[in-house]
Design a protein around this ligand. Structure first.
Ligand code: SAM
Length: 238
């Protein structure tokens, strides 16, 4: 992977960046995504934010190597704090982290979201935390993708400000939060593979709980897994 040739995962993220936008890529590491987006003529300017010194230096070097210092500003800092107050940013990308951390970055940086039109979020796990945050903060899911690369499955969530309940209007809300209201309608082969794998894993845990003497009636973890399996199997079998 490099700034000209992204991984499939980051290519999907890049495909949702609106033309001519000013983007901020948070947790940018090598700054491949902002460099690619500028070189492809998608974004017109970018901020690459990084909290860790090593990746920050890699990002800086990448931007210098591509002679993009006039359009990409590389900044060291936590989450959205790298965006200055009043600075115009149209689109934020946060990729390659857990859903809990992405949610925390959005929550901590709420004040920096006022000018932002689109969020493109790619959690490695626990996308449910992001969907819950979007619903509670009036962001509407406008698209979702699920892809497989190197035997790993990734979800990409795209949101814009709006009626956050709209995306859930023809699906069960709880199931939509877990599986993705758009992904469960698309029901791709990768989606089915992911949730079959999850169900198998949950059933193994239930077996272990049963062997330790726990049941639906006396153990909350057992009940939670059992309910999730039911929700998922209903969608997979429909
Ligand atoms: N976004 C790139 C991608 O998807 O390939 C890099 C993903 S890398 C696994 C996660 C990066 O996020 C690391 O470089 C880490 O230092 C950075 N990071 C983690 N927490 C952060 C935060 N709160 N603010 C900014 N960067 C953060």
């Amino acid at each position: 992977m490099n700034e000209m040739n992204l991984s499939k995962r980051l290519e999907v993220v890049a495909s949702f960046i609106p033309e001519k936008s000013v983007m901020a890529d948070i947790g940018s590491d090598h700054a491949y995504l902002p460099c690619f987006s500028i070189l492809q003529g998608k974004a017109k300017a970018a901020i690459a934010g990084e909290i860790t010194a090593g990746p920050y230096e890699s990002a800086r070097n990448q931007v210098i190597k591509n002679e993009l210092t006039n359009v990409i500003s590389v900044r060291l800092g936590d989450g959205l704090s790298v965006i200055e107050e009043g600075e115009q940013v149209d689109c934020i990308t946060i990729a390659g982290m857990g859903g809990g951390l992405i949610k925390k970055i959005l929550e901590d940086g709420m004040l920096k979201l006022t000018t932002v039109d689109r969020l493109i979020l790619q959690p490695n796990i626990h996308a449910i935390h992001i969907r819950e945050w979007l619903v509670n903060n009036n962001w509407e899911l406008i698209d979702e993708e699920i892809i497989e690369e190197d035997n790993k499955i990734y979800e990409v969530l795209v949101a814009e400000k709006g009626d956050s309940n709209k995306s859930y209007k023809d699906v069960s809300f709880q199931t939509g939060l877990l599986l993705g209201p758009i992904l469960m309608k698309k029901k791709s082969d990768v989606f089915k593979k992911k949730w079959l794998q999850e169900c198998t894993h949950w059933k193994e845990i239930i077996n272990q709980l049963e062997n330790s003497g726990y049941t639906y009636n006396n153990n909350e973890k057992y009940r939670e897994l059992f309910e999730k399996i039911k929700l998922v199997e209903e969608v997979l079998e429909s």
